[in-house]
Write a protein that binds this ligand. Structure first.
Ligand code: HEM
Length: 120
């Protein structure tokens, strides 16, 4: 159940991020909307919270937990790149967007493998 909530929010965070990048390019004035400013933080918080609860519930910290540390660090990188994506324009925006896609891919890969391999 909790895992499904976690996965649902992974999807919602990804889709709403893509939507905001689309808006930033096509209708930037829409981003002034109060809800579009608050929602990303609320969604990311639920994602983080569900991740922390899964960690406690699955007693993942009593095993080798490098992958959890890696996920948390990469999630921070993902958030930072997301901010750069939204705040910049042109080539910088697409570089940051590309970086955030790679980061997201790595997080999912690490989540499934539950280990951090040298070559990821
Ligand atoms: C953008 C951020 C995140 C993404 C994309 C993500 C993605 C995923 C995915 C795809 C799974 C399912 C893997 C599987 O079992 O097949 C998963 C499980 C899990 N995630 Fe995350 N996650 C994110 C953030 C976090 C954070 C920040 C934490 C910890 C603080 C966390 C903790 C966990 C745990 C413990 C599981 C394993 C649940 C279990 O199998 O019992 N996640 N995550």
């Amino acid at each position: 159940m909790l895992k499904h909530i976690h996965l649902l929010f992974v999807l919602v965070v990804a889709v709403t991020f893509f939507y905001r990048v689309y808006l930033a390019e096509r209708q930037p004035e829409m981003l002034q909307n109060k809800w579009l400013k608050i929602a990303p933080h609320a969604l990311a918080s639920v994602l983080l919270l569900s991740g922390i609860m899964l960690t406690v519930q699955g007693e993942w910290l009593s095993q080798s937990y490098g992958w959890i540390v890696a996920k948390v660090i990469l999630m921070l990188v993902f958030i930072a790149l997301g901010l750069v994506t939204m705040k910049t324009q042109g080539i910088r925006r697409w570089q940051a967007f590309g970086g955030s896609l790679i980061t997201l891919f790595l997080i999912v890969k690490i989540a499934i493998a539950k280990q951090v391999l040298f070559f990821l």
